[in-house]
Design a protein around this ligand. Structure first.
Ligand code: ATP
Ligand code: MG
Length: 466
């Protein structure tokens, strides 16, 4: 595990938090117990020495020593009996640290006056609690009993507490280490796996890789997001490859024609001047085809990447449709098709980009002309409460139901040879779909094979400002 890993940092933080709680807490408990025990010891010593003093009638009585030994044992103290001048009469459990001069003169006087002395007493860096009690018989002070407690019991319990705090700290360290390992398995494993997958995606472009981790938490969401990203990239890559192979294919066919016929003209492989002109016309048409393919590709890449800015204004749809039909009239008449506009008398307005809307209508009407052999093509403009509809209806070859869902895909052509013969590349409707979407509009196709096709465009009117 690296020192800068998230898991290590987490473990160290937990350990730090545990210790900063545990150590001051141990210290506070220690102080509390220390004070409490000292008070208790003091009280106990005062009470027991008082009791002892009342039982002694004569300070040199023979059974005093036994009593004193008993008292010293009970209280874990060094005990001494002094005569009224402060001279030692009896002593038991004596500790060498304690000075031979047990009481100072003022203290002897205090005891004579019947006062109890409680005092902390330091000797050789050790602290004792000294309790001196006057022995009063028949109203007169006949001596005193003095106890020295070295806090033996207290230091035992302090020692126990310190051991406990150390043990708890070690437990905290063990817990933090255990937790760190647990988390590193639980967190670190999937994170490292995700890092590997992300690196492979970025460096080796291996978009088929997925993170194999499922959980209903943040790490799970991250894994899902990475998988989603690689799926999107994979789809993008497939799409791009298809796109390029389509372009190559689309360019190769007309270029083969251009090259073949140019060669034929150069080597004078024609029978007549008319045939030569025919060859040259083919070269011209195929060049036009390449040029329009490149224009469409440029347009498509712009709309797909959202690089087109719409220049919206209020447009008179009737006028736009009329002008557009005029341009298509020539090709329609060539095929003997009747091109008709059916629009309301009063102008219908739409807030849209004029040249883009014109591009949409031109594409649809051109398709209608291209895929209709006889009959007519009708363009209707209808104003509804919230929408403007533009309907292009033809009596052409129609489209099979199963082909309709794919019409808006790039390079999709129902009948490839026929479409190519007509100069189509299958990009028109893909561009149209994007442009209509950019205007918040919809496009619907209704078609019946060999009967005709109806394309309905619908645009919302909300933004109409005049
Ligand atoms: N009015 C229609 N009648 C019958 N088929 C149609 C009609 N409009 C479109 N199609 C079919 O849908 C396909 C896709 O149309 P789209 O306009 O995208 O491409 P295209 O006309 O072949 O080429 P271009 O990119 O030059 O427009 C056409 O190839 C054609 O098969
Ligand atoms: Mg078209």
């Amino acid at each position: 595990m690296k020192l800068n890993s998230v898991v290590f940092k987490l473990g160290a933080t937990i350990l730090f938090l545990q210790l900063i709680i545990l150590i001051p807490l141990g210290y506070i408990i220690l102080q509390f117990i220390l004070n409490y025990s000292m008070n208790q010891t003091e009280q106990q010593l005062v009470q027991l020495s008082e009791k002892y003093a009342t039982q002694v009638e004569q300070i040199d009585a023979p059974d005093n020593l036994q009593l004193l030994e008993h008292l010293a044992e009970m209280t874990d103290t060094s005990a001494v009996i002094l005569d009224p001048t402060g001279e030692k009469i009896l002593q038991t459990n004596w500790h060498e640290d304690i000075s031979e001069e047990v009481l100072a003169n003022p203290e002897i006087q205090q005891l004579k006056d019947g006062e109890t002395i409680v005092q902390e007493y330091s000797m050789s860096s050790k602290t004792y609690l000294k309790v001196a009690q006057p022995i009063i018989h028949n109203g007169a002070s006949i001596g005193s009993v003095v106890l020295f407690s070295s806090f033996g019991l207290i230091s035992d319990s302090i020692h126990n507490i310190i051991v406990l705090v150390i043990l708890a700290s070690l437990g905290a360290v063990a817990l933090a280490i255990g937790f760190t390992f647990f988390i590193s398995k639980k967190l670190g494993g999937p994170l490292v796996a995700m890092e590997k997958v992300a690196k492979q995606i970025a460096e080796k472009k291996n978009f088929s890789l997925r993170v194999d981790y499922q959980a209903n938490d943040e790490i799970g969401s991250l894994a899902q997001a990475i998988n989603h990203l690689s799926e999107t990239l994979e789809r993008y890559q497939t799409n791009r490859n298809e796109f390029f192979s389509n372009i190559t294919h689309e360019l190769k066919t007309p270029l083969t024609y251009v090259k073949g016929y140019a060669n034929a003209v150069r080597h004078e492989m024609y029978q007549s001047k008319e045939e030569r002109d025919e060859f040259l016309e083919i070269i011209e048409n195929e060049s036009d085809h390449i040029s329009s393919l490149l224009d469409d590709l440029t347009d498509l890449s712009k709309v797909e990447e959202g690089k087109i800015d719409l220049n919206k204004e209020d447009i008179n749809v009737n006028k736009l449709a009329e002008e557009m039909l005029k341009r298509s009239q020539f090709r329609a008449s060539e095929k003997g098709l009747n091109l008709k506009l059916d629009a309301p008398k009063q102008p219908v307005y739409l807030y849209a980009d004029k040249s883009r809307l014109d591009q949409v209508l031109t594409n649809i009407v051109e398709n209608a002309v291209r895929y209709t052999e006889k009959g007519h093509i009708n363009l209707r403009v209808k104003e509804k409460a919230k929408h403007v509809q533009i309907i292009v209806q033809d009596t052409g070859i129609g489209i099979k139901q199963e082909d309709i869902p794919y019409l808006f895909e790039r390079f999709y052509r129902v009948d490839k040879s026929r479409s190519r013969a007509n100069g189509g590349t299958g990009l028109g409707l893909a561009i149209v779909k994007h442009l209509v979407g950019m205007h918040d509009g919809t496009i619907d196709v209704d078609s019946e094979l060999n009967k005709g096709t109806t394309i309905t465009l619908s645009f919302p009117k909300e933004k109409h400002t005049s």
